[in-house]
Design a protein around this ligand. Structure first.
Ligand code: ZN
Ligand code: ZN
Ligand code: FE
Length: 721
C-alpha cells in the first residue's frame, strides 16, 4: 500500500473470492475519512509476499486531507476515566483529528506536520506501528505523556498556574472573554446567555451588529436553540463541522445581541476534543466567533494572539501544537436538502472539486471581497480557504501566502493566471507578480456562471442568471443583475436589470437609503421628494437638492444593474434599514421578514428590448410596492411579494432568451442566490417552465466561489498549452 499522486495504491493477493470481497468492502465501507473519487483495478504478477507493508509516500498531487472533527471512538475514550487519554484535549486517530492545518509539507507524514516536534512515547509508538490499531499511521497521534499541552494566559500574556481548562470554564461562567486556540485559528468565546458579556465582546471587537456564531456540545442542545430539519441535522453533524445558519426557536435562551435583528443563529458542533471539554456539562452554548481585528484574517499564531487580542480577551486558552495553515470555520445554509455554502473553508479545504478538463495549469485570483484563489489542472480544481476582503496589508499577506501554500501542497505550478476584469482589484494587481505566466482577464459574472457550470460538470452553452452585488462589466459600468448566454469559451449579455445610478458611489453600497432615492429618481425623476416618505425624514432641504443634482448630472454616481443593490433599496423603502454595518445586512433582513409573509399577486415588471439586451424594468413593481406600503399592507407580505415578483420576471426573461436561442439550461449564481426564498422561487418557476436548473452545492455562489469559474474559463481558452 502506498500514498501517492494518484491517491492510494493497494497491492493485494489472495484467491479470487477473497479479493472480490476485499474490493467490494473497500468500495462499500471505506474508512471514515476516505473520499473515493475514482477506483481502478489492474492485474499484476503474483508476488507471494504474505506481508502487509505500507511503503513510503511519494510526493506529487496526493490529495491532502481536510481537518476532521472527533470520531465517536475517540470521543468515548476522551470521556472514559479508565482511558489513558481521559480528558486529553489532543486525542485523535486515523479516523479523525487535525490534518490540513498542521501539514507543513508533502507528503503527509508526521515529520511534515507541526507534530514533528513531539517524539512519540513508547505506548503511542506501539499504537502507531500496529496495523490492527486504530492509531496505525495516524500522523498527529499523541497522549498526555508525549503530546501537546494546554496553558492559560492572563490579559497580560503571562501564563497562570492553574488547571487551564477548568479555569477557562470558570472564567467563562463568570462572564469573561476567553480566546481559544482551535483547529484552524483562534476563536473568542463568551457565554451567549450572559447579555453583559456579549455586549462587552461587541464593544471590544467593534463588531456592531454582525452575528456571532455559536458552538453547542450536542445536537440535543442545539435543538434547544434552533429549529432543525433532517438535512440540517445531518450537515451539522457531518465530519466537516461547519457553521449552519438555523432559525432560532421562540424561547431560545441566547440573548438577542448575539445576532441582532436576525432570526437566524449560526451554530456548529465541536470540531476538536478541546471544544468538548470546554462545553461539557456547563454551557448550553458558547459564542465562538473568529478572533480577528475588524476585517483582518483570523489570528492563528500564538505571538499574534498575545498582542493582537490584548484589550479584547481577558484570558487566552492555548496549546503548543502550532497551526501551520489557518482556516476559518465554514458557513452553510441548507437549500432543498443540499448544502448552500456561504463560506467554504475548514473541513472542506483542500479537498478538490471535480471539473470538466482544462488545459495547462491555471491559478485564478478571484475578486476583491470574500477572496479565495483556485488552482486547476486536468479535471481537478483546488479552491483555497477563505482569505477575506482584500482591504488590509494583513489580508494581502494572507492572500500571497495562500497562493504559495496551495501551489506547494498540490505541486501545481501555474502557467496561466486568471484574474478579474477590474483593473484596480488587489487580486488583479497581484497578477503582475507572475511575469512569465500568460494572463487572462475574466469578466466577473461570466466567472460566476462558469463556476456554477464547472461544479455541475456542464459543457456547451446555456443561460446564466447571475445576481450579485457588483462586478465590472464589459461596457465599463457596474453589472450585477445579469442574464448571460454562452459557455466557458465566451458569453453574451442577453439581458439585465434596469440600471440605476449609485449616488455617492461606494457609500451607496453601505447606505441603502441612497439606493432607494436613486430608484425613486428612476421612477419620479426630479419630483422624487414631492411625496413625503419616512425614508427622507433625516434629510435637509440642502441634502435633498444635492441628491437631485448628483442624480441629474451623474456626479459620483456610477451606473449599475446590480440585483444586490435592488434588494438594499427595497429594504430601505420598507423602512428596514437605511445604513448597514456589514455587507448584505439589508438584504438579509429583507429576506428575514419575507419568510414571515405571504406573497400576493406579483408586482408587474416590464421587459424592454434595448441595444444592451432585454432589460428587466422593475419600476412598475416598485410603484406597486409603494402603493402597498401606503395601503398599510404588512411589510412581511410586501417583502415576500417582492421576492416572488423578481423571480416571476426573471423567469419571463429566461423564456424570452430561450425563444431566441433555444437554450433551456439555466445556472443560478452570484451572492444574491444565498437568498433562499429567491433561489427557491427561481428554481420552482424555471422548472415549472421546463428549464433544467443548476445551482451551487460545492462552492459558494458568492465571490468565494468565483475563482473556480475564472480558472475553467482561462484553462479552456488555452487549448494547446
Ligand atoms: Zn478518532
Ligand atoms: Zn504518547
Ligand atoms: Fe460577484
Amino acid at each position: 500500500m502506498q500514498n501517492g499522486a494518484a491517491g492510494v495504491l493497494i497491492e493485494a493477493e489472495g484467491d479470487e473470492n477473497q479479493l472480490y470481497q476485499f474490493i467490494a468492502e473497500l468500495q462499500e465501507n471505506p474508512p471514515p475519512l476516505a473520499s473515493i473519487q475514482s477506483f481502478s483495478l489492474a492485474e499484476i504478477p503474483l508476488q507471494n509476499s504474505g506481508l502487509f507493508t505500507i511503503q513510503e509516500s511519494k510526493s506529487g498531487i496526493a490529495p491532502l486531507p481536510p481537518d476532521s472533527d472527533v470520531c465517536p471512538e475517540c470521543l468515548g475514550e476522551l470521556l472514559d476515566p479508565a482511558d489513558r487519554r481521559y480528558l486529553y484535549p489532543f486525542i485523535n486517530c486515523t479516523n479523525c483529528g487535525p490534518r490540513y492545518s498542521i501539514i507543513t509539507a508533502t507528503p503527509y507524514d508526521r515529520p511534515n506536520t507541526t507534530m514533528a516536534q513531539f517524539p512519540l512515547c513508547p505506548e503511542c509508538e506501539q499504537e502507531y506501528r500496529d496495523p490492527k490499531n486504530r492509531r496505525f499511521h495516524a500522523q498527529p497521534v499523541a497522549c498526555p505523556v508525549c503530546g501537546p499541552h494546554l496553558s492559560l494566559l492572563g490579559a497580560d500574556g503571562r501564563a497562570i498556574a492553574c488547571d487551564p481548562m477548568a479555569e477557562a470554564v470558570r472564567q467563562l461562567k463568570s462572564g469573561a472573554i476567553v480566546a481559544v486556540k482551535g483547529v484552524g485559528g483562534y476563536h473568542l468565546a463568551v457565554d451567549p446567555c450572559n447579555a453583559a458579556a456579549v455586549a462587552m465582546l461587541r464593544e471590544r471587537k467593534k463588531r456592531d451588529e454582525k452575528p456571532f456564531a455559536l458552538m453547542v456540545e450536542t445536537i440535543e442542545k442545539a435543538r434547544g436553540l434552533v429549529q432543525l430539519n433532517r438535512s440540517e441535522e445531518l450537515l451539522l453533524q457531518s465530519r466537516e463541522k461547519p457553521i449552519i445558519l438555523l432559525r432560532r426557536t421562540e424561547n431560545s435562551p441566547v440573548c438577542p445581541d448575539v445576532a441582532p435583528a436576525n432570526d437566524y443563529l449560526g451554530v456548529m458542533l465541536p470540531s476538536a476534543p478541546l471544544h468538548y471539554l470546554l462545553l461539557k456539562d456547563t454551557f448550553q452554548a458558547l459564542v465562538m466567533t473568529s478572533a480577528n481585528i475588524s476585517d483582518e484574517p483570523i489570528i492563528y499564531r500564538d505571538e499574534d494572539a498575545a498582542h493582537g487580542l490584548a484589550g479584547i480577551a481577558d484570558f487566552i486558552l492555548l496549546h503548543n501544537r502550532d497551526i501551520h495553515t489557518p482556516c476559518d470555520d465554514s458557513v452553510i445554509r441548507v437549500f432543498r436538502t443540499h448544502p448552500l455554502l456561504m463560506r467554504r473553508s475548514r473541513g472542506y479545504v483542500p479537498r478538490s472539486v471535480a471539473i470538466p478538463d482544462v488545459s495547462g495549469s491555471v491559478l485564478a485570483l478571484g475578486a476583491e471581497l470574500k477572496s479565495t484563489v483556485c488552482l486547476a489542472q486536468g479535471g481537478q480544481a483546488f479552491l483555497s480557504r477563505h482569505i477575506g476582503d482584500l482591504k488590509s496589508a494583513a489580508t494581502l499577506d494572507a492572500f500571497a501566502k495562500t497562493i504559495d501554500a496551495l501551489q506547494q501542497i498540490t505541486g501545481i505550478k501555474a502557467g496561466i493566471i486568471a484574474h478579474d476584469l477590474h483593473p484596480d482589484y488587489h487580486s488583479t494587481l497581484f497578477a503582475a507578480k507572475f511575469p512569465d505566466a500568460a494572463k487572462i482577464a475574466v469578466q466577473h459574472h461570466h466567472a460566476h456562471m462558469a463556476s456554477c457550470m464547472a461544479e455541475n460538470c456542464l459543457e456547451g452553452e446555456l443561460i446564466g442568471v447571475i445576481f450579485d452585488g457588483a462586478g465590472l462589466g464589459s461596457d465599463g459600468t457596474i453589472w450585477g443583475g445579469e442574464f448571460l448566454t454562452g459557455g466557458y469559451g465566451g458569453f453574451e449579455r442577453a439581458g439585465h436589470l434596469l440600471p440605476m445610478t449609485l449616488p455617492g458611489g461606494d457609500a451607496a453600497a453601505r447606505e441603502p437609503y441612497r439606493v432607494a432615492i436613486s430608484m425613486l429618481y428612476r421612477i419620479f425623476g426630479s419630483e422624487l421628494f414631492a411625496t413625503e416618505m419616512d425614508l427622507f425624514a433625516g434629510l435637509t432641504a440642502v441634502e435633498r437638492s444635492l441628491f437631485i443634482k448628483m442624480l441629474e448630472k451623474g456626479i459620483n454616481s456610477p451606473v449599475t444593474s446590480s440585483a444586490g443593490r435592488l434588494f438594499d433599496g427595497v429594504a430601505a423603502l420598507l423602512g428596514l434599514r437605511s445604513k448597514m454595518s456589514y455587507e448584505g445586512q439589508a438584504a438579509i433582513e429583507l429576506e428575514g421578514i419575507a419568510e414571515k409573509g405571504r406573497a400576493g399577486k406579483p408586482y408587474p415588471c416590464k421587459l424592454l428590448t434595448e441595444d444592451t439586451g432585454t432589460v428587466l424594468d422593475w419600476r412598475p413593481a416598485i410603484e406597486a410596492l409603494l402603493l402597498d406600503v401606503r395601503l398599510g399592507v404588512s411589510r412581511s407580505d410586501i417583502a415576500a411579494t417582492f421576492h416572488h415578483s423578481l423571480a416571476v420576471a426573471a423567469t419571463h426573461l429566461c423564456s424570452a432568451i430561450r425563444r431566441q436561442s433555444g437554450l433551456d439550461r439555466v445556472v443560478l449564481s452570484g451572492g444574491v442566490f444565498q437568498n433562499r426564498i429567491l433561489a427557491e422561487e427561481m428554481v420552482t418557476l424555471l422548472e415549472k417552465n421546463d428549464f433544467r436548473v443548476y445551482t451551487h452545492r460545492l462552492v459558494p455562489p458568492n465571490d468565494g466561489g468565483l475563482a473556480l469559474g475564472q480558472a475553467v474559463i482561462a484553462g479552456r481558452s488555452f487549448k494547446c498549452v
